[in-house]
Design a protein around this ligand. Sequence first.
Ligand code: NAD
Ligand code: GLY
Length: 364
Amino acid sequence: MQELLIDLGTRSYPIFIGAGLLSRSDLLLPVFAGKASGDTFAVVTNTTVAALYLDAVRSALAGKRVFDVILPDGEQHKTMATVERIFDALAAARMNRDGALIALGGGVVGDMAGFAAACYQRGIAYVQMPTTLLAQVDSSVGGKTGVNHRAGKNLIGAFYQPVGVFADTATLDTLPERELGAGLAEVIKHGMLADAAFFHWLEDHLDQLMQRDPEALAHAIRRSCEIKARIVAMDEREAGVRALLNLGHSFGHVIEAATGYRDWLHGEAVGSGLLMASDLSHRLGWMSESDLHRVETVLKRAGLVRPAPRIGVDRALEYMGMDKKVRQDRIRLVLLKPLGQALVSAEYSTEALRGVLNSHFGAM
Ligand code: NAD
Ligand code: GLY
C-alpha cells in the first residue's frame, strides 16, 4: 500500500492506494478522528457498484450504525433530484453532524456524494472510495463536488475536501474496457501537463496498464495523485494554476457538447482534446513535431483517438465560448510549452486555432 498527503493545512488528508483497501477498518476509522465523533455512517453508491463492493465496505464498518444510499447508475442521474434522495435518506436516518458519509463509486457518485456532504447540515465529514480509474487519478482528489444542471455540466457545486481517499486498485479488475481507457486519458494528461519523465514512463508501460498490471496501475495512480495534489495544494479554488488540470478539456468539451454528452465518455473526449491541444501547441512552435507524434501514438495505443463529429469550425468555436461576432474575445486555453509543461494562454493566433479545429471538426 502507498500513502500520500494532500497538503491543505487543517484540511489536509491522506490518499491510500493499494489492493484490498475497501475493507480496511484499521485505515478507515482513524481518518474520521476529530472530524466525525458519531458512530453513524452512510455509504452512498450506485446499483452497479453496490452489487460488487458494498459488502466489503460494510465489513470495514462492522459494529457501527451503517445505512446505504443506492442511487441509479449514470451521468444522466447526476442531478439535484438525485442528491435530494441522499438528503432524504440522511434525514430519515436522523444523521446529525457527528455522522459521516462514504462515497463508493466512480466520479458521478463521488461528485454527488461529496456535494451532499458539503450541504447536509452545512457540512459533514466524508471519505472518497473511488472505484473507476478516472476517479482514482482525478475526481476523488481535490474537493470539487457537484451536479449537472439543464444549463450546463457541473454548474452547481462546492469545493469541499474529503477527510481521506481510498483508491482500491483491485476494484479496477471489474471496470469495463472503455472506462479504463477514459481513466488513462486523465493519467496521460497529468504526464503531458507536468512531468515529461512520467509521460516517457507511460510510453514504456502502456501495454501493462491496459492489461491492468497491478504494479503499473498503482504507479500511474500514485504519480497522477502526486501531480494533482501539488497543484491543488497551490490553488485549491482554481484562481490560477489549477486550471492547468483542464488540459484538453476546452477541445474535449466541443465533442461532448456536439454529441449531447451521450456517445463519448468524458475521458474519451479529453483524450481527443489532448491531441488537439498538442496540435495547436505544435503549430505555435511550442512543441516539436516528434513530441506531437509521441502524444498521438500514446493516445492511439490507449484507444483514445477516434474521429470527432464534423460540425465545422464556426460551431466548434461557439462551443468553445468564442462567439462569431466577438472574435477578439479569445478564450484562454491550456497549451504545452513544451511537452511536460502546461501554461494557460490567450497568446495564440486565431488562424492557428482555426487550423486545428478545421483538421478535426471541418467538413471532410
Ligand atoms: P462513472 O462514475 O459514471 O463510472 C463509470 C461507470 O463504471 C458507471 O457505470 C459505474 O457504475 C461503473 N463502475 C464504477 N466502478 C466500477 C467498477 N469498479 N467495476 C465495474 N463498474 C464500475 O464515471 P467516471 O468516469 O468515474 O466519472 C465521471 C464523472 O466524474 C463525470 O461526472 C465528471 O464530471 C466527473 N469528474 C469530476 C472531477 C472532479 O474533480 N470532481 C474530475 C473529473 C471528472
Ligand atoms: N479535474 C480538474 C480539477 O480537479 O481541477
